[in-house]
Design a protein around this ligand. Structure first.
Ligand code: MEV
Length: 438
């Protein structure tokens, strides 16, 4: 049984670590040493990371890798990816190489609208509420000008505000459903500030509205928050080439490969169990770039999976077809990203990743992220429909197993040599290590 702690957040970092080490570890000194080994030797950098969140005790490393040679809309780029899964960057690099000689990736931003809502309860005459909203709508724009002025200068701002009657879902439930353009920022703070101001205006104006009864004036704002579901903030990425151009080492019969590939995508379109794994493969690419560029991957994940279920059944985010001898593979995903604000100017490695991408606009970053998702999906499906996934995956995972057993240099050379010609399996590696150590 561990003891509860009071005032933990007020303790110094050192005191927090000491408390945790004493409370949870049989050898506290080892735990303390490990935590401190992951501190950055540059105090300024460490302080920056300490202050990102509350109760920081150390840093948690994830590798930052790069996938070069991505030809996107006729321009080469190197994509930074922060991810721990062994085969992801290798797969992205494979795909980029494959498509760079077949026309590259085409990406387009379809639209960039963000959404936020004020959820409220109104008990009374709906037609009076509608009249009230029509008469006060201009005030929602006027009285948020101090918040929207800068954004307007950048070409963004509030696009529209509509009153939505949701009483068919929940008694007396209404919304102000607002749409925004936030240009190069993800816009969460901007949107939430606007929404909280809308909520204040809604409350004040309804109290002063003569046509409302006392009950109607007592309208209750429940909450004001942006939505991470952004079905009108869509980017599309695509690859295509004549079927015969698909030929390569593992694709000896391109027609058969293209047909199997399309069928694999169709299975993910109709079968949710497969769709989830199929889309997980897409998210391997998407999340890695979103994380490396300091964007909110939880928001992106939530929004993309909601989009995948927009028909009422969870389905594939990507699609493929063969038409007139041309193989086309594409995806469309919602992505609310920022290249200014948030972590983008704070985290040194985020700044570096953005610079590597030549300081993209939010729209350009949307394209890169969608391409990374499509590339990942292509690599996974190419393996799945030809050699199977384990061959490449386990070859990459071999290093992890060797590290797990603390293999020395000589053991590594011998084991890698052996597995050049044999399928890698965890038990196979363990057996070989044990034999070598006998
Ligand atoms: C593994 O991280 C991702 C895959 O399972 C994706 C897929 O099955 O398409 C290989």
């Amino acid at each position: 049984m561990n003891n509860p702690v009071t005032g933990f957040s007020k303790l110094s970092k050192e005191e927090k670590i000491n408390w945790i080490a004493k409370e949870y570890f049989s050898t506290p000194s080892e735990a303390i040493l490990l935590l401190k080994n992951y501190w950055n030797s540059d105090e300024k950098i460490q302080k920056l990371h300490d202050e990102f969140i509350e109760n920081t005790i150390t840093n948690f490393y994830i590798p930052l890798g790069v996938a070069p040679n991505f030809l996107i809309n006729g321009k080469y780029c190197t994509i930074p990816m922060a991810i721990e899964e062994s085969s992801v960057v290798a797969a992205a690099s494979n795909s980029s190489k494959f498509w760079s000689t077949r026309g590259g990736f085409k990406a387009t931003v379809v639209n960039t609208e963000k959404i936020g809502q004020v959820h409220f309860i109104f008990k009374g005459d709906v037609s009076k509420l509608q009249l009230f909203f029509a008469q006060t709508k201009a005030k929602f724009y006027e009285q948020t000008e101090s918040i929207t002025k800068k954004m307007q200068k950048r070409g963004g701002g509030i696009l529209d505000i509509v009153l939505q009657d949701k009483t068919n879902l929940l008694p007396d439930y209404f919304q102000l459903h607002a749409t925004f353009e936030t240009k190069d920022s993800m816009g969460a703070n901007f949107i939430n500030s606007c929404l909280e101001q809308f909520a204040r205006i809604l409350k004040e104006e309804s109290l002063a509205y003569n046509l409302f009864t006392e009950t109607e004036k007592n309208l209750q704002v429940i909450m004001s928050i942006l939505s991470n579901y952004v079905p009108n903030c869509i980017v599309r990425a695509e690859v295509s080439c004549p079927i015969e151009a698909l030929a390569e080492k593992h694709i000896t019969n391109p027609q058969e490969f293209a047909e199997r590939f399309v069928q694999a995508v169709q299975i993910a379109e109709v079968e949710p169990f497969r769709a989830v794994t199929h889309n997980k493969g897409i998210m391997n690419g998407v999340d890695a770039v979103v994380l490396a560029t300091g964007n909110d991957f939880r928001a992106v994940e939530a929004g993309i999976h909601a989009y995948a279920a927009k028909s009422g059944q969870y389905s594939s985010l990507s699609h493929a077809k063969i038409e007139n001898g041309i193989f086309t593979f594409w995806l469309e995903i919602p992505l609310a990203l920022g290249t200014v604000g948030g972590l983008t100017s704070l985290h040194p490695l985020v700044k570096l990743s953005l610079e590597m991408l030549e300081n993209p606009s939010a729209k350009e970053l949307m394209q890169v992220v969608a391409v990374a998702g499509l590339a990942q999906n292509f690599a996974a499906l190419r393996s799945l429909t030809t050699t199977g996934i384990q061959d490449g995956h386990m070859k990459m995972h071999l290093n992890n197993i060797l590290n797990q057993f603390d293999a020395n240099d000589n053991e590594r050379i011998l084991i890698r040599k052996h597995f050049k010609h044999h399928a890698v399996s965890h038990s196979g590696v363990v057996e070989l290590i044990e034999n070598l150590r006998k």
